[in-house]
Design a binder for this molecule. Structure first.
Ligand SMILES: [Zn+2]
Length: 309
């Protein structure tokens, strides 16, 4: 069966970025707002892969302090969205391993995670509907109700990571990406692909987070259009797949009769295939600016359980 990798090739990866921070701002231009030094400053060391995905040293010299500050705000929404993954996988971020606390009404207890002696403790209070044991399969299915976050802020952080991996020429050809990135409101002009796909890996763990940029080998095959750029964000045992907006090339080839095809990355190709019998995928829609809480259902596998219920 054909899949994403038949239609897309790896174009750039943060694994290949060896850049060091250059404290001299002379000649620096911000890739995201196009302002130059000294109109803007470059004093903070910007990360291409936000450290909320786990500690890393993948940095750039093309992000001004204004953009860095602005995006930190959006990153806090992303941090809320992914907190339970980081807690479950004991991923160390800039602020240590986060604890998860579920969204709750006033008279309810939160479901929480905590790391004690390097062991993950889940406590559900009286939220019995949040978990389900299956003794036969040795699984624990947990519903994580996240605290509220803005999906549109998450969209912007993902888009920024994608833009970071484009070459200058590719970005100049797709300068409309910056309008989308810097817009306060979700622009609904049919060019953005709001769905983002999450896979949970069962047999692999990424000690270091990374982002891969994929480019369509062909953007038009017969009457089927393929979004030109997609990124894959890997951290801990989570993979997010995100498409950059319709590119200028896509737009120039577009015809109303054509169909847009969204290919999904074969996450099983990252796994020990012999140990996998199904794929766990979840779709998130990122076009909502209002803060929302999502319920993410995750299946955990265990060897042995000790509970006090
Ligand atoms: Zn800037």
């Amino acid at each position: 069966m054909e899949n994403f990798l038949d239609y897309y090739q790896l174009h750039n990866s943060t694994n290949d970025i060896k850049e060091k921070y250059n404290p001299n701002p002379d000649g620096k231009i911000c890739k995201f707002c196009k302002e130059k030094y000294p109109a803007v400053t470059f004093n903070t060391i910007p990360h291409i892969v936000p450290e909320l995905f786990g500690r890393n040293s993948i940095i750039s010299n093309f992000e001004c302090d204004n953009c860095n500050k602005k995006f930190q705000k959006y990153e806090s929404d992303l941090s809320t969205m992914i907190q339970h993954y980081l807690a479950l996988t004991k991923t160390k971020t800039k602020n240590g391993i986060p604890n998860f606390q579920s969204s709750k009404s006033r008279d309810e207890f939160s479901t929480t995670t905590k790391i004690l002696n390097n062991t993950l403790k889940l406590s559900f209070g009286t939220n019995y509907e949040d978990f389900e044991f299956n003794e036969k399969n040795k699984t624990l299915t947990v519903k994580f109700r996240t605290r509220k976050f803005s999906p549109f802020s998450v969209y912007k952080v993902f888009l920024k990571m994608g833009i970071s991996l484009l070459t200058e020429d590719e970005l100049n050809e797709n300068i409309h990406y910056l309008d989308f990135l810097n817009s306060e409101e979700p622009l609904d002009n049919g060019m953005q692909i709001w769905s983002c796909y999450r896979y949970m890996l069962k047999t692999k763990y990424h000690a270091k987070p990374k982002i891969n940029l994929y480019k369509a080998k062909r953007t038009l095959i017969d009457d089927v259009e393929f979004p030109e750029y997609a990124i894959l964000i890997n951290f801990a045992n989570v993979v997010f797949q995100f498409f950059l907006p319709i590119s200028k090339k896509n737009y120039s080839e577009h015809k109303a009769k054509n169909k847009l095809r969204i290919e999904l990355f074969p996450s099983f190709s990252l796994e020990n295939i012999r140990e996998i019998n199904y794929i766990d995928m979840y779709i998130l829609e990122l076009n909502e600016k209002q803060k929302v809480s999502i319920t993410d259902t995750i299946v955990l596998y265990y060897e042995r359980r000790e509970t006090n219920i």
